[in-house]
Ligand binder design. Structure first.
Ligand code: SF4
Length: 594
């Protein structure tokens, strides 16, 4: 493995991924060998290893089963599936069977919200799980079946075409717009349009289109490319952020499978505009099943002279892309954390400035854009900025690809113009009796019917693309807000004290309210503490209180019902409960059931 990566410490992530997948663990002796082979300290290796969810020092089982814990998974029946896994395997979650055959683990959203409950077993996806399917899987594993035999027929060792992938993972494209339009012919912009345009002209057209980053932050794409172009450097990089980790999001998974050539063409255009010669497609670990498929597409692009040297006959224009997989970390979706990770380090966000366009990957100017942004840029050049601006609203031009899931009849991917209302999207996806919609995932807003006429756009409800519908049967505080807050606790990188501590305190307060022990001041306390979180270094900490804050703002009744009749005095101490807990801990039975 070390040879394969030329003993390059910046490829530590790839090395650890290979070791983990071969041995189902990264042992102390492996860490020592890696440290010697890369000439870096054991601490350097260990700190990267310990950061990522899918790296483990202890053996995770010959069949490592990671079952999703997202809100959608629970809504679709995760409890019954998890119980069946435990019963059939004979172990609780976070354990491995004594024979080392099966390991059961929880994991955050795996990008399958349209087909939950879903699990990852040795890097392969198993969607739409039922207790029956779980029994079948465990029986087959015990009977000695291989991974290839476990997955459905047609998937097997193929993974070379999107048909192979679709045989297992349904991509559920429900509404196609101008960006996902299947009439697109890969390479047309590179071969026919780029040779006629200077890099400055490309940037001018992108700026004119007013396209903004589709990952959520909405930074103007043309300006980002221009800044990278203007920064003097011997090397520049283009990075595609395909690390979508926001619970409820899966549109990048669909684009990677259904329109990957569009994405790669967008990266080539960005390279031409900025002068970059190298690119990285950073894909979340959960989409490892796409690896062979994506690698073959990059090979194909080289064969067609869409990558490599003198691309499309343009003298001196060269560009190549490598794929970098993550290893399970939500915060790596933040661009500077993603760069750290691609350099083989812990995915901790950097202080800014400097911004990546000045000092990014390996200290060089780097453009990081979302999958969808690159795809949209191709269409801007193909059809012109004016065409692109004819879609959407004045400030939010073009379209947005949305991942819609939850209580709706047609979960899936919808490409719509900016400016659609929440109500439109409920109707489009067949959602009825909608009590609330989570717009933009946990870091976004939980909105109720009074807000359903608000529009999706940067000036109103901005979103990276995740919309989760909840009907009136759902307990929003228990099933949604508590789950999202726990998610942020799990995913914090821990470097800011605010983000490390505050979400835990907020969750405890919320739990206290859910246990019917809350008082009015608990709610105002939570709103005050949420303000402190805003001073965290990155978006994760800054938005970690959003599920609580937006639910207090939009669903005050839910809190009032739990704390009704209580005044502001609270000792925070329940004598009966404490006595029961103490007796249980001491193994003493209560007298007369008291
Ligand atoms: Fe890490 Fe949270 Fe600080 Fe972001 S806000 S850098 S995730 S501790």
């Amino acid at each position: 493995t070390l040879e394969k990566y030329h003993h390059d410490p910046t490829r530590l992530m790839d090395i650890l991924i290979d070791v983990q997948s071969e041995f189902s663990c990264i042992s102390d002796s492996a860490i020592k060998q890696i440290s010697r082979g890369l000439d870096i300290s054991i601490a350097d290796v260990e700190q990267t290893r310990s950061f990522y969810h899918f790296f483990s020092k202890r053996h995770t089982g010959e069949f490592s089963i990671f079952l999703n814990t997202s809100v959608n998974a629970y809504m679709m029946g995760r409890d019954a599936v998890a119980r069946t896994f435990e019963q059939e395997a004979g172990i609780p979650f976070n354990e491995v069977t004594p024979d080392g055959l099966i390991g059961l683990f929880d994991t955050s959203c795996i990008g399958m919200s349209d087909q939950e409950p879903a699990a990852i077993i040795n890097g392969k996806i198993f969607p739409n799980l039922t207790p029956f399917r779980v029994k079948e899987l465990i029986r087959d594993i015990r009977a000695g079946k291989s991974m290839e035999e476990l997955v459905v027929e047609g998937y097997g060792d193929g993974e070379n075409s999107n048909e192979d992938i679709r045989a297992v993972v349904n991509n559920n494209i429900r509404k196609i717009g101008p960006v996902l339009d299947p009439q697109y012919r890969p390479g047309d912009v590179i071969w026919k349009i780029l040779p006629e345009m200077s890099p400055d002209k490309v940037i001018a057209e992108i700026k004119k289109s007013n396209i903004r980053g589709r990952g959520g932050a909405g930074f103007p794409t043309g300006m980002k490319w221009e800044l990278a172009r203007q920064t003097e450097s011997d090397e520049k990089y283009i990075i595609c952020n395909a690390d979508e980790g926001e619970p409820g999001t899966f549109k990048d998974r669909v684009i990677l499978t259904e329109r990957p050539k569009l994405l790669l063409e967008g990266m080539v255009i960005a390279a031409y505009a900025t002068g970059a010669k190298k690119g990285i497609l950073y894909v979340r670990h959960e989409y490892k099943y796409l690896k062979t498929y994506l690698e073959n597409l990059i090979k194909g692009a080289h064969e067609r002279n869409l990558m490599g040297k003198d691309i499309a006959g343009i003298k001196g224009f060269e560009f190549d892309v490598r794929i970098q997989y993550g290893a399970g970390s939500y915060v790596c979706g933040e661009e500077s954390a993603l760069i750290e990770s691609a350099e083989g380090k812990r995915g901790e966000p950097r202080d800014k400035p400097p911004f990546p366009v000045e000092r990014g990957y390996l200290g060089k100017p780097t453009v990081v854009n979302n999958v969808e942004t690159f795809c949209s840029a191709v269409k801007v050049l193909l059809n012109g900025a004016d065409w692109y601006r004819s879609f959407g609203t004045k400030d939010s031009t073009g379209t947005k690809v949305l991942s819609i899931s939850g209580d709706c009849r047609y979960p899936g991917v919808y490409e719509v113009e900016w400016g659609f209302t929440v109500r439109d999207l409920c109707e489009m996806s067949g959602a009825v009796d909608v009590k609330a919609v989570q717009v933009g995932g946990p870091s976004g807003s939980l909105v109720g019917p009074e807000d359903f006429d608000r529009t999706l756009c940067f000036a109103d409800l901005s979103t990276g693309g995740s919309l989760i519908m909840f009907n009136y049967s759902r307990d929003l505080l228990q099933d949604v807000v508590l789950n999202f807050t726990s998610f942020f606790i799990e995913e914090s990188c821990g470097s800011c004290s605010t983000c490390r501590v505050m979400p835990v305190i907020l969750r405890d307060k919320l739990q206290k309210i859910l246990n019917a022990r809350g008082v009015k001041s608990d709610v105002s306390d939570m709103l005050e503490w949420a303000k402190v979180l805003k001073s965290s270094r990155c978006g994760l900490g800054q938005t970690a209180a959003n599920p609580i804050v937006t639910s207090i703002r939009n669903f005050p009744d839910l809190y009032d019902q739990k704390i009704r009749g209580k005044d502001d005095y609270d000792t925070g101490f329940d004598l009966n409960r404490a006595t029961r807990d103490a007796m249980a801990a001491a193994g003493r039975l209560p007298v007369n059931g008291g």
